[in-house]
Design a binder for this molecule. Structure first.
Ligand code: NDP
Ligand code: OXD
Length: 313
């Protein structure tokens, strides 16, 4: 097979670095150019414009520049070609750092100390060790499993929930609908690393948060969401924080992004906000494996990290 040409179609992300790195090896057409172009074989995308990909008569593979692919499925005219998602050490490392950072921050009561410092209060509350706390990870994929392993090594008890059974060394695993409530009932700090699909949309709601354990020295349950914003109901999180169902939350993703200035989450004293920055896609680390996959595909080898179109992730 001939060396294929790439369409680069990114929305909300500056394409320059991606373009430079991809075009070191292949011809690249930058959207808004490229519609209907029969010479395009690959599309490298983030939130591509609706129906653009279906206009490409010889498109063979779509590459997401992120681990999540909900942005691709949002296209009503998505053509039926294989979709490759990102699985990369660099991205995984970013996410592991984010999860460990946020879990430790809540565990070591940083919000309390920051409040005390502002008021110049010298007070030491009771202290627990990691082994007293159960962190539950929703989504035991490449990111969830890596986060679980890092938290385990710090001494936390770790639970994991996935769609299918995912036996994971040192982690208490639960799966499917039947496993959800037992998983939540055994979890003090909930970390959400699920993909957004029709099944998971809105899953992090008030009823789910009510099921978390509020048992010990943390003084309440904690939510950390670095998956996708539409997994959660922002208003339910505010309600849960107000009535004590949740003690604190760290949110990297939101129902609407950028988070509207009017959102009460911005100024809520129990919420830590980051702007969808838990794990940035760094082109220097992600383009080389993409180019390798294109070359391998042209030699007739199988694509890796393929999205299951029926499952939606
Ligand atoms: P994977 O596809 O590797 O794993 C997804 C996990 O979620 C799997 O364990 C899967 O179960 C589980 N899952 C999916 N649907 C369900 C369901 N209905 N019920 C229960 N479990 C379910 O994804 P990654 O780990 O690579 O990434 C996870 C998500 O993180 C991405 O989809 C993206 O949305 C988000 N992300 C966010 C970033 C940020 O900066 N905030 C950066 C990168 C990713 P099973 O194991 O059975 O398949
Ligand atoms: C991703 C993201 O899915 O950056 O990789 O959110």
């Amino acid at each position: 097979m001939e060396k294929g040409k790439i369409l680069l179609a990114l929305t909300g992300i500056h394409p320059q670095r991606w373009h430079e790195l991809l075009s070191a090896e292949r011809e690249v057409v930058l959207e808004p150019n490229g519609a209907n172009d029969p010479s395009i074989t690959y599309a490298v995308v983030w939130k591509q414009k609706p129906n653009l990909l279906k206009s490409l008569p010889n498109l063979r593979v779509i590459f997401s520049i992120g681990a999540g692919v909900d942005h691709i499925f949002a296209d009503p005219g998505l053509p039926d070609v294989p979709i490759v998602k990102i699985v990369a050490d660099n991205l995984t490392q970013h996410m592991v750092e984010y999860v460990v950072w946020r879990v430790l921050d809540h565990h070591r009561q940083a919000m309390l100390y920051r409040g005390q410092q502002q008021k110049k209060i010298w007070h030491e509350p009771p202290q627990r060790v990691a082994g007293d706390i159960s962190v539950g990870i929703m989504g035991l994929g490449s990111l969830g499993r890596a986060a679980a392993s890092a938290l385990k090594s710090l001494g936390f008890a770790v639970n994991g929930w996935s769609r299918s059974e995912r036996p994971t060394k040192g982690v208490s695993t639960y799966s499917g609908e039947a496993g959800l409530i037992p998983f939540l009932n055994a979890t003090d700090i909930l970390v959400v690393l699920l993909p957004l699909t029709p099944q998971t949309q809105g899953i992090v709601n008030y009823g789910l948060l009510k099921e978390l354990r509020r048992r010990n020295g943390l003084g309440g349950a904690v939510l950390i969401n670095a998956g996708r914003g539409r997994l959660q109901k922002d208003a339910d999180i505010v309600r849960a924080l107000e009535d004590g169902t949740l003690k604190e939350a760290s949110l990297d993703v939101f129902e609407v992004e950028p988070l509207p200035k009017t959102s009460p989450l911005w100024s809520h004293p129990k919420v830590f906000v980051t702007p969808h920055a838990a794990a940035t896609s760094d082109p220097a680390h992600l383009v080389p494996p993409m180019l390798r996959q294109m070359a391998a595909f042209e030699r007739g080898e199988k694509l890796e990290n393929l999205v299951d179109r029926t499952a939606g992730y």
